[in-house]
Design a binder for this molecule. Structure first.
Ligand SMILES: Nc1ncnc2c1ncn2[C@@H]1O[C@H](COP(=O)(O)OP(=O)(O)OP(=O)(O)O)[C@@H](O)[C@H]1O
Ligand SMILES: [Mg+2]
Length: 267
């Protein structure tokens, strides 16, 4: 197994660290039969890839061996965002190399310089990702990963754009829906949940991402004293969060293309 060096692992803000701690606790209490977990969303850009990487990294900090598999072979961004380089300078291989029969699981799974974190990148974009994911090779990959790691986190393409995530969910113990605040009408979120369940997947829960804590008005819930206190508190964290997302590649808009790609452009 080769090693990749991660140039930009990102940084957790206080709010993110707290949210990840809660998520980890919920996962641990879901039982020891929940170890292969998929993250998806209804629409693009809701934060699946950031959340998957952050959760993976956070689980390794609890001493767990974690493999992150990026199944979004329509839009491979992880290598660039993490500024990943293979230690021996060779080209980084990924899931599409493995599923198309060009490389083995071992050749496409990388140890990283983050202790206990292993990565399988998506590999080059392919014209037929759905077809590749339906092959027996994908089932074999998940079976192997299940035996070798404490947790396997699977990043996916958004459900609203393709059925890939529904196919992937069949092989996972549970799915987490990432929902960016204010982005999606609730019927689309329910539709995404139904798609996963129709494919035989189980929903573990929903993560509300990109939340502006200031806007949701703690004051209304807790009264003015707490409202003021928490409002300020969380606004500061939100600013810290946005600042971190701007500074660090995985979480930074800087490196993303300026032009907003339409679904058609990407898929
Ligand atoms: N909690 C957050 N706060 C602020 N910005 C965020 C947050 N989470 C993600 N982002 C930013 O949103 C953008 C999209 O994030 P990301 O690529 O993780 O989403 P995605 O759901 O995987 O997208 P896609 O559907 O294209 O795969 C990135 O620029 C990222 O830095
Ligand atoms: Mg993504």
């Amino acid at each position: 197994m080769k090693t990749v060096l991660i140039g930009n692992p990102g940084k957790f803000s206080y709010a993110m660290r707290e949210a990840l701690r809660t998520l980890k606790t919920n996962i641990k209490f879901s039982g020891d039969d929940v170890k292969v977990i998929m993250l998806t969303s209804s629409a693009p850009n809701e934060g699946k890839s950031s959340m998957t990487f952050n959760l993976a990294k956070s689980l390794t900090e609890s001493g767990k061996n974690v493999l992150l598999i990026d199944t979004d072979m329509r839009k491979s961004v992880l290598v660039g965002r993490l500024q990943a380089k293979s230690e021996d300078g060779s080209e980084i291989m990924g899931l599409s190399h493995y599923l198309s029969g060009q490389q083995s699981i071992d050749d496409t799974t990388y140890r990283t310089d983050i202790e206990n974190l292993y990565l399988m990148f998506a590999g080059p974009s392919v014209p037929n990702p759905t077809e590749l994911l339906e092959k027996k090779y994908f089932a074999k990959l998940i079976k192997n990963a299940r035996d070798c790691f404490d947790y396997v986190l699977v990043d996916t393409a958004p459900l609203g754009a393709a059925i890939d995530a529904a196919i992937v969910s069949r092989h996972c113990d549970a799915s987490i829906l990432v929902v960016a605040q204010g982005v999606e009408p609730s019927k689309n979120i329910v539709e995404a949940k139904n798609q996963i369940e129709a494919a035989g997947g189980k929903i573990l829960g929903v993560v509300l991402n990109k939340v502006n804590m200031g806007k949701i008005g703690y004051g209304k819930v807790y009264g003015s004293y707490y409202g003021k206190y928490y409002g300020k508190y969380y606004n500061e964290y939100m600013e810290e969060e946005e600042e971190l997302h701007k500074k660090h590649g995985l979480f930074g808009k800087k490196k993303e293309k300026k032009k907003k790609a339409s679904k058609k452009d990407i898929y």
